[in-house]
Design a protein around this ligand. Sequence first.
Ligand code: C2E
Ligand code: MG
Ligand code: MG
Length: 364
Amino acid sequence: MHTDQELNYLTKSLLHHPSPYIIYELDGSIAWANIAAKYIFNLSKLDELGVVKIDDQITKNFGDLGSIALYYDTPIEISLREINFFMRTRVHMIPVDISSGIMLIELLCSSRSGLDALRKTIDCIEHNRIELAYQKQVNLETDEVTGVEALLRLQDGEGGYLANDEIIPQIEGESLFSLVVLESLVQLEKFFAIKQEIGFGDATLYLNVSAHTIMHPEFCKIFTDFVEKHSLAPNQFGLEVTETAELADMNVASASLNALKKKGIKISLDDFGAGYASLKYVRDLPIDVVKLDKHFTFNVSDPSTARLISFVTEVCNDLDLEMIGEGIETEEDKQAMLDLGCKIGQGYLMHRPDFLDSFIDKDK
Ligand code: C2E
Ligand code: MG
Ligand code: MG
């Protein structure tokens, strides 16, 4: 243990350090955590802080204690209550005197809002506040339900829900988010158990995933195992892929998508038209469905937007891809989309996302 004076000196010099950090003794005990770290872990007392498992390798990597400027980036396993996950950290070795040192571990987070999103997500994981809502996708001509999209609902602990668009983009690249995906799969088991009974026997259940998730080999396997474990027939389960910018490595993306397709998982390209290079993805990736971004629907009355929508429907017809228009809120939107050749739609007009219970009650 180092003297209070030493720690005082260090913490004073780090007073305005923006990222959350924890100071460790070389034996692994926590000596200090700054306000930002406490804020992330949502704990007021140091001794209740989640345990960070430090691999021996990390200390070995530093070699000589005398080299003060050494630091490197590494994922570190963090165990919070029962849950283990990895977070990106930067580890600094600080020699305090000639024979001993301490480690300063910074959690890498680029912004205040990123920190906030992390803290809120950890809170949801810790307190089981992860749910899924479901929204129907329907054939606009016949009203037949062709698909159901599962949408994440993270409870804020005060009776409301966190805004997906504000939270998810900040954390879906973090390994922590894999815990949310795993929990979603647990929830989906309940859906698949009664899918037939609630009238969705022929519909595809789509889960939203970021490209980051599906391109991870472990996740590819988690999804294919899920299909096998539940003996899901082809097209019972699908993935809506967002964040297409991350599909940049076309070889890896193609291999992942092919492996998923081989197991009968349907692949939908979400928010088509909102990302960049989407046409290239349509050409080069083994996708089944193009899901047009809702902002096209919102502006369907604008003639040039209408031209673009009809161009997309033509491309989809030619390439034998399904097309889904989202964000259909009015009868006028629906008719306009049908007139432009879009046959499947999703939106508040037909159905608002709702929890599984609502489908069970209606069926009784
Ligand atoms: P998305 O996949 O494009 O989902 C459609 C979003 O539009 C949903 O918002 C849905 O509630 C909303 N929506 C549906 N119909 C209408 C409509 O007629 N009008 C309007 N204005 N909105 C409509 P939500 O649930 O807030 O989700 C936002 C985004 O968060 C999703 O966009 C998706 O990118 C992401 N997301 C949701 N759940 C997950 C998840 O489990 N994993 C990941 N990685 N991302 C998710
Ligand atoms: Mg989606
Ligand atoms: Mg979308």
